[in-house]
Design a protein around this ligand. Structure first.
Ligand code: ARG
Ligand code: ZN
Length: 870
């Protein structure tokens, strides 16, 4: 049954334009679940009624199931049906029903412990838990598994009391008791109609960190974060983040929580980050568990962000859900925007924006420029799991952010109020969201809707010319949207560009910031009274998710990196200066390394800047980002150029790095924004000291590693050592392993550190680590910690002999037999084969061809590989 998605003939795609309302509604469902790891029995009672809505499908009641699922009985209105009165076609249970309303009951046995896909009901470290989004509920019981079928759920769970003392489901606990023979039961009722992808159930030996929150209108909510007893001390940060999120959604969006209970459960085996099931969020434990000894500052931030994200879904996702999966960005793009703003409000807004743009550029831009490009509202898919992408999530969030920028915070809030008011309790579309924004503001977003339909990252060419005689400056803006698979021709997209001009002589702003919405292919803006040479600051705050090309000189960029009053623009100018220099070096041209050294020195020694910002600004762009700037990538050339600049920065600024390293040392761990910034800069400085090649650096790093009272400093030192060849490297890696071998989340870091190492032998090391006794493809975190991290290490993955490609292809094929969803997520790095120099390109393509020729491939992997080869 686990080869269920195996394909023989290529499956037919699902098309957005084929949407029809469901034939039957299911106002209520009662589940009676007898839980055990080997075999769980699920009895379902569905009230069904024919859908009178216009355009609704007709025909029999069609309930989705999974391959191999056969009910042991089917009952209609209390009468058991003969076997001939129902049939299974394409994994659907079809029942012809005579009337307009009936009660249908099914009975089925499933095996959680055999469920390696981690979709539906599965076992994880002694727990039983569920993941239903997108289409996991059909692996639990027969049901119309589509998000526009909303039902009220009552769930009775019965299980062994010793193995599973805690029984949780959505909504409110309405009863519990003894079931005899060492078993007990609990019944949960969720008063809010919901689609089945929001169903959840957990049974296990769990302990709760309990707290409470009183909502704006005075409702008391009991909060619980459920983990294994030993992990309880690691739940305080997540709890604080949850309460902060609840307060923030009230203040910023006027949204209150609506049930008396809000539970979170952490599980070790989980395909994604977390899941927003109504009143019972289920999390990958890496986004819950934290203490200074085991979690880095980045982990702390990610935890707060994901806790907020899932909580915010209660309104943007659950109260208003999606009509169909093509609308996924309706909830995900909006909710990512909400969690980004929450995090920006909790810490440094500038640093948060820098991090978010870095993620967008690392994950989404390559997707948008490659064979898997799709609009934020796709038109077709084979397997919906493949569409939980950076495009849907992160570009989706940028699209929402642009509406926020154009309408202003108040206009945007009017829009969301209207959106929630109109669509509460329903399954909505992206169109409903945009229309609410328009109607609440009297705005016209007709052309803006192209952001939902067109894939590809727009490019803006900005040219500023100054005429000293007339004291005018002319800014020419031109946009192009590149062709993407299936979309050869594009229309221009409205791009809100925040623009300002600075005086190169005076060093001050001469034209205050304005938002210009570039709606056409090209336009000209004239600035008057510009009596000194102006420097262009554009796409400030990254106001539009585009690539901007300008005619700015190295001097202009250096000037902005020191003087722009928008911190993001300041960071961006430095990055652009570094990119220009490195791309010139890679192309064998004139590279102005000295300008970069001078700009970094200025930033590093600017007393007005905080450490967190400096830590971001002085980092060189990653090798893969540099690769993205080139028409054809030669990873060796990228490594050579970047390494040379890194070493020069290290050498020429050695005194500054030493001073910075000393000034950022802390004697005791504190979790404050200031302390976090210092830790960040401390390890960045250590990295540059390492680059300068000073002999004392391995010892310095080992001292930091051994003396650290927190994981940020320890991992920072380990990362620096791991790139080198010192004896201290082996000492630290061995010590780290011994210390944390029983902590899965920290052991993941041990694998990742070695997989991302900038060494010649990284590919060998990764192949060896894949045979390490602690490595397993069964746990998605562990798989990603080694294989995912390695595939993101441009130089190592693209080893010239192709061994990296073969290794990742082997892993994809092996993982596919266990967990197709996770396997498919390893395909995109190979899918970028067209971007690389011919020898590597051919080797990559050969591995994709090997994968697609393998019999029994899942739909998930088949879709990603065949699209990559198309
Ligand atoms: N809705 C979840 C979140 O973003 C993600 C669930 C993804 N699951 C999946 N099987 N595709 O918060
Ligand atoms: Zn989400």
């Amino acid at each position: 049954m686990d080869q269920h998605s195996a394909i023989a003939t290529p499956p037919a795609p699902i098309l957005r334009r084929d949407y029809r309302p469901p034939a039957w509604r299911v106002p209520t469902i009662h589940l009676d679940v007898d839980l055990a790891a080997a075999e769980t029995r699920v009895r379902a009672r569905l009230e069904v009624e024919r859908n009178a809505a216009e355009g609704a499908l007709g025909g029999p009641l069609a309930l989705d199931g999974a391959p191999g699922m056969v009910p042991s009985s089917v009952t209609v209105d209390g009468h058991v049906l003969d076997e001939g009165a129902w049939r299974i076609v394409d994994d659907q249970l079809l029942i012809d029903l005579p009337g307009a309303a009936h009660v249908v009951e099914t009975d089925i046995a499933i095996s959680p412990e055999k469920n390696t896909q981690l979709m539906g009901l599965y076992a994880s470290g002694g727990l039983l838990c569920t993941q239903c989004e997108a289409e996991g509920f059909r692996r639990i019981t027969f049901f119309p598994d589509r998000p526009d079928v909303l039902s009220r759920y009552t769930v009775k769970m019965t299980a062994d009391r010793t193995l599973y003392p805690v029984l949780l489901a959505n909504g409110d606990l309405v009863g519990e008791g003894d079931a005899g023979e060492g078993r007990h039961w609990a019944e949960w009722h969720d008063p809010f109609p919901k689609p089945c992808y929001l169903f959840a159930m957990v049974a296990g030996d769990l302990k709760a960190n309990r707290d409470s929150f009183t909502t704006l209108s005075g409702r008391a909510v009991q909060l619980g974060i459920w983990v294994r007893e030993a992990d309880l001390p690691k739940t305080d940060h997540a709890m604080a983040a949850l309460k902060a999120s609840m307060a923030w959604d009230e203040q910023v969006y006027g949204r209150e929580y609506d049930l008396g209970i809000f539970n979170i459960v952490a599980v070790a085996d989980f395909n994604f980050g977390a899941m927003e099931n109504k009143g019972l969020n289920i999390f990958n434990s890496r986004y819950i568990l934290a203490d200074p000894e085991t979690a880095t500052d980045a982990d702390y931030d990610a935890i707060a962000g994901v806790v907020a994200h899932e909580y915010f879904h209660n309104w943007s996702g659950n109260r208003v859900t999606c009509r169909d999966w093509f609308q996924l960005s309706l909830k995900e793009g909006f909710t990512v925007f909400r969690d980004q703003e929450f995090s920006a409000d909790q810490g440094s807004r500038a640093v948060k924006r820098i991090e978010d743009v870095r993620v967008l550029r690392a994950a989404q831009f390559p997707e948008d420029g490659g064979p898997l490009a799709h609009p934020i509202r796709p038109d077709s898919y084979l397997e919906i799991s493949n569409f939980y992408t950076a495009t849907i999530y992160n570009k989706g969030a940028e699209v929402i952010r642009m509406m926020h920028t154009m309408l202003g915070a108040e206009g945007f809030r009017r829009g969301t109020d209207l959106y929630f008011e109109r669509n509460d309790g329903t399954a909505a579309t992206c169109e409903d969201f945009v229309r609410a924004m328009e109607d609440a503001n009297g705005a016209d977003l007709t052309d803006f809707r192209r952001w939902y339909a067109q894939a590809g990252t727009p490019r803006v060419r900005a040219t500023l010319e100054h005429e000293a005689g007339t004291a005018t400056a002319r800014l020419t803006l031109a946009q192009t949207v590149p062709a993407t698979p299936g979309q050869p021709d594009k229309l221009p997209m409205p791009l809100p560009l925040r623009i300002a001009l600075f005086g190169a002589d005076s060093g001050t702003p001469i034209v205050a910031e304005r938002v210009h919405v570039l709606g056409d292919e090209a336009t000209e803006i004239l600035f008057e009274g510009v009596d000194e040479p102006p420097v262009l600051s554009i796409n400030r705050g990254f106001s539009a998710p585009v690539i901007v090309e300008t005619n700015r000189s190295a001097a202009d960029l250096a000037f902005l990196s020191a003087h722009d009053d928008d911190p993001f623009a300041r960071f961006e100018a430095m990055q652009q200066l570094m990119v220009d220099t490195l791309v010139a070096a890679i192309n064998g041209g004139q590279a102005d390394e000295a300008a970069v050294v001078a700009a970094v020195r200025e930033t590093l020694t600017d007393p007005a800047l905080d450490a967190a910002f400096i830590g971001e600004a002085v980092l060189l762009p990653s090798e893969s980002f540099l690769g993205d700037q080139l028409p054809v990538v030669d990873p060796s050339a990228v490594r050579r150029a970047r390494d040379s600049l890194r070493k020069r920065l290290g050498r020429e600024l050695e005194p500054e790095w030493r001073a910075t390293y000393a000034a950022t040392a802390a004697n005791r761990f504190e979790y404050t924004p200031t302390a976090k910034g210092l830790r960040r800069l401390h390890s960045v400085a250590l990295g540059y000291l390492d680059a300068c090649g000073a002999a004392d650096v391995p010892a310095l790093a080992l001292a930091q590693f051994e003396g650290a009272d927190n994981m940020t400093d320890r991992q920072g030192a380990l990362g620096v050592l791991a790139n080198g060849l010192s004896g201290e490297r082996e000492t630290a890696l061995a010590a780290f392993y011994d210390r944390y071998r029983n902590d899965a989340l920290v052991l993941d870091k041990w694998f990742t550190t070695q997989a991302i190492a900038m060494r010649e032998d990284t590919a060998d090391a990764v192949e060896r680590l894949a045979r390490h006794p602690d490595f397993t493809l069964a746990n998605p975190n562990r798989m990603r910690s080694l294989v995912g991290a390695f595939a993101a290490n441009q130089y190592a993955f693209h080893a010239a002999d192709g061994r990296g490609y073969r290794f990742v292809a082997d892993m994809i094929l092996a993982a596919d037999t266990l967990n197709p969803q996770s396997a498919a997520r390893l395909v995109p790095p190979l899918g970028r084969w067209r971007r690389f120099e011919p020898a590597r390109s051919a080797l990559m393509k050969a591995q994709l061809e090997r994968i697609v020729a393998t019999p029994g491939l899942s739909k998930d992997v088949f879709e990603q590989v065949s699209r990559s080869l198309a």
